[in-house]
Design a protein around this ligand. Structure first.
Ligand SMILES: [Zn+2]
Length: 245
């Protein structure tokens, strides 16, 4: 297809489709970011759960240590008690009784500590249970959101692909040199690569166009671009009648 009124009209239609595609793509690109954020939130919730669980494990460990320590002192007291009958002197007897007294005092002190630890453990277990239940709800909620986004991503990707295929089919007959200019301008971030001439000025960058440019755009023989912003130019009044043709 050489440059013609029809080619320009088709290019304007293409630009509209590309604008729609850009919008879909922008929405599409946001979804994986949302999914990644939600996955991070799930990991954070799980870490919170591990914290509450760790507290229980730590307290259980401490309690076990205290129980072993207490058993050691009980054993000491028993050992000394069994030695009472075999001592020869009063002093040795008294010394042993003292040892037994110390050992029993240790046992009693540790028993108190263990009781305190058991209270703390009960509270920590309750807290852990509550945290896990709450996290379970939160994590389920996040996972449902992730599933929703993943479904939406697949749907939007499919509709993007379909729209892109339609767009590519529409672009195929357009002259290669026209498409080169169009793609080049768009790739520079000027998404309105083809713009109307507004009287005698470029409607995008508002520069006054040379009369020869207006003449060229009227003749429709060659591609006309704005020398200032490089956008492709057309005269709406020249293209307009073609719509009814
Ligand atoms: Zn311009």
């Amino acid at each position: 297809m050489a440059l013609s009124k029809d080619a320009l009209i088709q290019l304007i239609a293409l630009q509209k489709e590309d604008g729609e595609l850009d919008k879909i793509k922008a929405g599409l690109d946001k979804i994986p970011v949302m999914i990644a954020n939600l996955k991070k939130a799930v990991e954070e919730e799980k870490a919170k759960g591990a914290g509450a669980k760790n507290k229980v494990v730590e307290l259980e460990k401490k309690k076990k240590e205290k129980e072993l320590e207490m058993a050691k002192h009980e054993e000491e007291a028993r050992k000394h008690a069994s030695q009472l009958n075999s001592v020869k002197t009063n002093d040795s007897y008294k010394a042993l009784q003292n040892e037994i007294g110390f050992a029993k005092q240790h046992v009693s002190d540790i028993e108190t500590e263990i009781l305190q630890l058991m209270d703390q453990l009960d509270a920590a277990k309750k807290e852990d249970k509550a945290v896990q239940a709450e996290l379970g709800v939160e994590i389920k909620k996040f996972e449902a959101e992730i599933a929703g986004h993943e479904k939406r991503l697949a749907e939007q990707q499919a509709s993007f692909d379909a729209a892109k295929a339609k767009r590519d089919a529409g672009a195929a007959p357009l002259p290669a040199d026209v498409m080169r200019v169009y793609n080049h301008v768009r790739s520079r971030g000027k998404l309105d690569a083809i713009v109307p001439i507004d009287g005698t000025i470029c409607s995008a960058c508002r520069i006054s166009l040379a009369p020869t440019v207006i003449v060229e755009a009227t003749k429709l023989k060659a591609l006309v671009t704005c020398e200032s912003c490089q956008r492709i130019l057309y005269r709406p009044e020249v293209l307009a009648p073609a719509k009814t043709a």
